[in-house]
Ligand binder design. Sequence first.
Ligand code: CP3
Length: 349
Amino acid sequence: MPAGKPLIDVLTGRIPSRRPIWLMRQAGRYLPEYREVRAYAGSFLCLCDDAKLASEVTLQPLRRYDLDAAIVFADILLIARALGSNLDFREGEGPVLTPIRSEAAVDDLASAVDLGRLTAVFETLALVKKTLASHQTLIGFCGGPWTVASYMIEGGSSEDRLVARQIAIRRPDWFKELMRRLVEGSIDYLAAQVTAGAEVLQIFDSWAGDLPETLQEELIFEPVQAIIAGVRKRVKTVPVIGFARGLGAAHCGFAMKCDLAGVSVEQSVPLAWVRSVLMPRISVQGNLDPLILSIGGEALDRAVRRITALLPAHSHIFNLGHGVRPETPPEHVARLVEAVRQADGAGGG
Ligand code: CP3
């Protein structure tokens, strides 16, 4: 394998030895070996809280596929628990939290995150770091404050984040205080992840696309920018990828305002626009449709050829537009990685 880390090279403006590829949710239920460790752990949270098991599942996809990065196995909602929320993950239901619906409920949260409740994440990073090959990059992450706040207010997954969106507009007083605590907590959390070994950070603002343009500045750009600036004050410069899913044309303003090293885009973002508007300014990650990965075959090969032909390898990180779907056959991921390597080997890079 050539020297250098392709993912870091693309994010820092150097020419990578090859187009980096990793996948959001690359560790997870689509892998039988994950399901086995998950069953052994008993619950998703027990798995996150056990650094040995979490590092094992972090590494599983790297054993199967020639990927350029590992993303620490954790969840964006662990920070809610470290702020004092009750957090549970129920089978078939997803996350469950005590809904935050009042100023008093925000006041009841801890004023700062308890990093002691996140030690398994730091230990996992340290364990994984030791075993990575020299070309592989270790990614740490947190959720965007808007996305995490929406789960905390709703009390779990919801179809459209309606209550959270109403509260953001009707109750800015305490809603802003919740956002402020998440920003400060995310700075502490990410800085500690870098200290533990994370080389690149990704901020997942999965529900950014819920918001009208008039709220994007205050609820997406400013909080993410504040987190990145805060982390930079604490630790050495670390490249940050922003994934504000669903922003469409607003990805450009998001990337510029937050001073990102890379911007991750969902599958609906047109590649011609990515190439002509985003790429001259910033490296771009994405944006294969996770559904096409689960379907595989000729549809997958075609989609890979199109992305690799349209986006030059030196400013592109191959990834999905969202996470790997649980029903994805693992062989399709092998085929994807091979197809990306082949396309570039054939002059696509
Ligand atoms: O490989 C990786 O990407 C690393 C681990 C990772 C997980 N969650 C593990 C996980 C990462 C980066 C996340 C991020 C995350 N978590 C996001 C942002 C990305 C996105 O998907 O939009 C969000 C919104 C969450 C919150 C969350 N976690 C939900 C809504 C759920 C339930 C729904 C679901 O997908 O199961 C989870 C659970 C979760 N997080 C699982 C995994 C592997 C499945 C849990 C299980 O094994 O039962």
